[in-house]
Design a binder for this molecule. Structure first.
Ligand SMILES: Nc1ncnc2c1ncn2[C@@H]1O[C@H](COP(=O)(O)OP(=O)(O)OP(=O)(O)O)[C@@H](O)[C@H]1O
Ligand SMILES: [Mg+2]
Length: 249
């Protein structure tokens, strides 16, 4: 399937926790090179879906093909080809910026020369120059998130999964973070990102609105607004959630 240009294909992807259905039969087709955004209220099932796509969580039913591999069965092979930045990703606070990047470089099996080069390049690109020796625990929110992104991309993954990577950072930091995302997309990396910020959603090539574990709208930002006949994504978001909640009441 991915030979046809899809980074992700999912069919009937479902995750139950006991009797509770967190992800309820999601179908997905994410084209290579896309910046694909997951939107939806707290508890909608976005993070759970991403964990299944990363191979970190086995679906209760359905399947996900990621970069041509079965995410659950071939999780080990997938690991070296994807980069995952988890929601509220925790970094080791008592390491320095350079130490933590080298640490992740070693996890990905990069040789010393390549590691040196990649770490130096990221420190430059992520505007962390001069902070190499600073303890991670003392970084500001924006620097911390750019560092976490560096830890997820050192091995040049084909697919980046970013779960609320900019939450809690200011507008300038968010814009800088998105400049980094655009550059990866320009270089051919597929990006799947979740956000609660509708200005960020506008930057995505394709969006999927998720509510109660289901995709309730999907398309380009303009198509989604056009279909709903509403001027902003925030209006669409509020209207979709209200209608879908009524439908389930
Ligand atoms: N391991 C788990 N055990 C039981 N319930 C879980 C587990 N993980 C997630 N859930 C539940 O599944 C639902 C979906 O959670 P998920 O974290 O995927 O939502 P989300 O869309 O990422 O929300 P947010 O925007 O708050 O991050 C929630 O009701 C959550 O409490
Ligand atoms: Mg989440």
């Amino acid at each position: 399937m991915s030979a046809n240009g899809y980074a992700v294909r999912a069919e009937g992807l479902t995750k139950r926790f006991g009797a509770f259905v967190a992800v309820d039969g999601i179908d997905l087709a994410i084209a290579r090179g896309d910046i694909f955004g997951f939107l939806g209220p707290n508890g909608a099932g976005k993070s759970t879906t991403i964990r299944m796509l990363c191979g970190l969580m086995v679906p209760t039913s359905g399947r996900a093909e990621v970069l041509g591999l079965d995410a659950a069965r071939d999780a080990e092979a997938l690991r070296g080809r994807i980069g995952y930045m988890s929601q509220r990703s925790s970094l080791y606070n008592d390491l320095t910026v350079a130490e933590i990047l080298h640490f992740y470089g070693r996890i990905y099996g990069l040789g010393q020369a390549e590691r040196q080069q990649k770490v130096a390049a990221w420190i430059e690109r992520a505007d962390l120059a001069g902070r190499e020796g600073q303890l991670v625990g003392t970084l500001s929110g924006g620097s911390r998130q750019r560092l976490a992104l560096g830890c997820a991309i050192l091995h040049r993954p084909e697919l980046l999964l970013l779960d609320e990577p900019t939450s809690g950072t200011d507008p300038v930091q968010r814009r800088e973070f998105w400049e980094l995302i655009y550059r990866f997309a320009d270089e051919g990396t597929t990006v799947l990102v979740t956000t609660h910020y509708m200005d960020e959603a506008e930057h995505c090539t394709t969006l999927a609105f998720i509510h109660t574990g289901r995709i309730i709208a999907q398309g380009t930002p303009d198509a989604i607004k056009g279909q709903a006949g509403l001027p902003t994504l925030e209006d669409v978001f509020v209207s979709l959630i209200a209608n879908n909640t009524q439908a389930h009441a």
